[in-house]
Design a protein around this ligand. Structure first.
Ligand code: NDP
Length: 446
């Protein structure tokens, strides 16, 4: 880390104690910024770095709700409005028991640079709750979402802050959240949330966008070495929105996705994941990967617990959650001949794992570049809402592909320009940072 960034980093630890994921996300960016500080020392003027690391606004609120038995529960809701230099705050909501301020801040911080990379006019934010949706009825989910929005509505708006989904928040939850926003405000403000249903303002391809986009980014990386997905064994973690559509896109390119996982364990399917069955179990029945193994027959094996990264394959797509792939697991992947790793999830690889990939000649795509297709398509949804239009699947998918190619090119060219060819982490951090920093300088000290 550049010597001038070390004291800033120390202040961030002191001001944000106990927020280890946020510190990890800041370190990852700071480690890339040395060459920028050396070449453009003016980036340290007017406390740009310190300001980028301090959210513009942090909202924490009580979310009371009543379960089906009449018992009252209290959860904590968060919205961190991190940076609006490039546009309204934009970033998802996560409902998971592990959510606390440090998780929301790491996600919001990453989102600033990711959104800048898309080239769309969106700032960075993130939110969520420590609510655990697993095992809850539809009615309980609805009451929780209504209570959550009863506070959140006053902070959001199509020109202010535009939330979307993330872990535990999909189409069902966005529907309940939108309904309550509309009821409280008496406004049909489509552009206030993205990830909406297709008949009420949603965009085609939004559901597929993050998973498809991650595979599109990996395709571009492979292309630089004259390689493709055709015939490859792909190892995927997770079995939610991102994982399912990463598998779909990889299989459409002639690869075999061998695995999917959830927090209970993973499945290896030697014939390739059966997507219809996976979607039925995960999207319709909200079941578990153990159910998939039971119903799939002899090609599938379920491993309770354990590490999906023990399964050999040449492309790895971590699509579950933060820090799900550590240094030891990275070593196993390398020993098994992995050639490309693209982060579908946010920060799924630990710092050790990232360093190991970078020290080898593996192609490594950080989440803020590889999974930006989701938020980019959310911005396309906002465009369609603003013009009261809806685009075809093909047109929207072409736009996504164009955006992912553009992000790949920006990262690769920036890495070259700063003397680190092939380093997509540096390319993504430097180009995202410079774009946001320039806008902040132009807008004055605010
Ligand atoms: P979902 O809630 O749809 O799915 C999350 C999946 O990951 C589930 O299968 C879940 O299993 C699994 N999972 C969670 N924790 C673990 C764990 N510790 N070990 C193994 N599996 C685990 O979320 P998404 O697919 O939307 O999000 C996945 C990741 O992608 C997150 O990091 C998110 O921030 C990121 N992302 C999502 C975008 C989107 O558009 N949805 C956009 C950009 C990034 P279980 O059900 O057992 O918890």
């Amino acid at each position: 880390m550049h010597e001038k960034l070390i004291p800033i980093r120390q202040i961030i630890t002191a001001r944000n104690p106990g927020e280890s994921e946020f510190h990890q996300a800041v370190d990852e960016v700071f480690e890339s910024l040395g060459p920028v500080v050396a070449r453009h020392p003016e980036v340290l003027d007017s406390a740009i770095v310190e300001r980028i690391c301090e959210p513009e606004r942090q909202i924490i609120f009580r979310v009371p709700w009543v379960d089906d038995q009449g018992e009252v529960h209290i959860n904590r809701g968060f919205r961190v409005e991190f940076n609006s230099a490039l546009g309204p705050y934009k970033g998802g909501l996560r409902f998971h028991p592990s959510v606390y301020l440090g998780i929301v801040k790491f996600l919001g911080f990453e989102q600033i640079f990711k959104n800048a990379l898309t080239g769309m006019p969106i700032g960075g934010g993130k939110g969520g709750s420590d609510f655990d949706p697993s095992g809850r009825s539809d009615a309980e989910i609805m009451r929780f979402c209504q209570s959550f929005m009863t506070e959140l509505y006053r902070h959001i708006g199509e020109y202010t802050d535009v939330p979307a989904g993330d872990i535990g928040v999909g189409g069902r939850e966005i529907g309940y959240l939108f309904g309550q926003y509309k009821r409280i405000t008496n406004r049909y403000e489509s552009g206030v949330l993205t990830g909406k249903g297709l008949s009420w303002g949603g965009s085609l391809v939004r559901t597929e966008a993050t998973g498809y986009g991650a595979v599109m980014f990996a395709e571009e990386m492979l292309k630089t070495q004259g390689k493709t997905f055709e015939g490859r064994d792909v190892i995927v973690s997770g079995s939610g929105n991102v994982a399912i559509y990463a598998i779909e896109r990889a299989q459409s390119l002639g690869a075999k996705a061998l695995t999917a996982s959830d927090s209970g364990g993973y499945v290896v399917d030697k014939d390739g994941i059966d997507l219809d069955l996976l979607k039925q179990i995960k999207e319709v029945e909200r079941g578990r990967m153990s159910d998939y193994a039971e119903r799939r027959g002899s090609s599938a094996t379920y491993v309770a617990g354990g590490s999906v990264w023990d399964v050999p394959g040449s492309v790895a797509l971590p699509c579950a959650t933060q820090n799900e792939l550590n240094g030891r697991q990275a070593k196993t992947l390398l020993e098994n001949g992995v050639v490309a790793v693209a982060e579908g999830a946010n920060m799924p690889c630990t710092t050790d794992a990232v360093h190991l990939f970078q020290e080898s000649d593996v192609l490594f795509a950080p989440g803020k570049a590889a999974n930006a297709g989701g938020v980019a398509t959310s911005a396309l949804e906002m465009q369609q809402n603003a013009s009261r239009d809806s685009w075809s699947f093909e047109h929207t998918q072409d736009r996504l592909q164009e955006i992912m190619r553009g992000i790949h090119e920006t990262c690769a060219e920036t890495a070259d320009e700063y003397g680190m060819p092939g380093n997509y982490v540096a390319g993504a951090n430097i180009s995202g940072f410079i774009k946001v920093a320039r806008a902040m300088v132009a807008q004055g000290i605010i």
